[in-house]
Ligand binder design. Sequence first.
Ligand code: 5RP
Length: 260
Amino acid sequence: NVFPLAARLRNQSMKTEGGSETAKRNAGKRAAKEVTDGSVVGLGTGSTAAYAIEAIGRAVDDGLDVQGIPTSFQSRQLALEVGIPLTSLDAVDGVDLAIDGADQVRDDPSPNAETDANATTANSNGDGTLIKGGGGAHAREKLVAAAADRFVVVADPSKLVPELDRSVPVEILPAAHTTVAERVRELGGEPTLRDAERKDGPVVTDNGNLVLDVAFGPIDSPAELAPTLAAIPGVVEHGLFIGLADATYVGTADGVEKRT
Ligand code: 5RP
């Protein structure tokens, strides 16, 4: 395979989700079309963002001039693999566009939403509130998304939900895992320290921290929960993204739907 890391990500995601690969690919490829010549682009993490990174890599092969800012070790490796020149937040004046996946997107799916191969039609059912951090990369992902002039989410339809109800990933300083766990319990959450699948120990993020996945059940008011979580001493960053997304490209089997 030309892109071994891309292939591995795809295999992993097919195993875990039964494969919505066409939808993910359509979303990723459509978002990559937003990248303009001479721009700085935030490169998200995960199997859907990987399709965007691959498509940007192909555009670079065809002469597109772009600089990428990876949001994780994984997206950095993939960007190197597909030939995207890299830079960092502190070396640029700004970020033009960030493209990233999500674990949940708050949205009210409309039955008559238009599906359009070029996704020019925007439906305004969602507010783009997100849960991210399934890959534990949400701290840098949020940093890059917040720095970008435009932040575009790429997702397959399974990510759209009327109410966020997935566990919220909370990156924490290692020394704070018991104290943060206690505070989130007081807020009604049930924390679980994220474990590495094949290792006897916790997942360590790219920043050397740990992740608590905190189950709150349905989250009525993510905009209120977000600052409360952020204010807990020892919390580095949490996976609630409020008011950051400008658009979501939802891939389907035969096209892409653009939602705002
Ligand atoms: C990583 C993330 C990912 O973007 C999120 O988990 C979605 O991944 P995928 O596209 O593989 O479903 O937030 O921290």
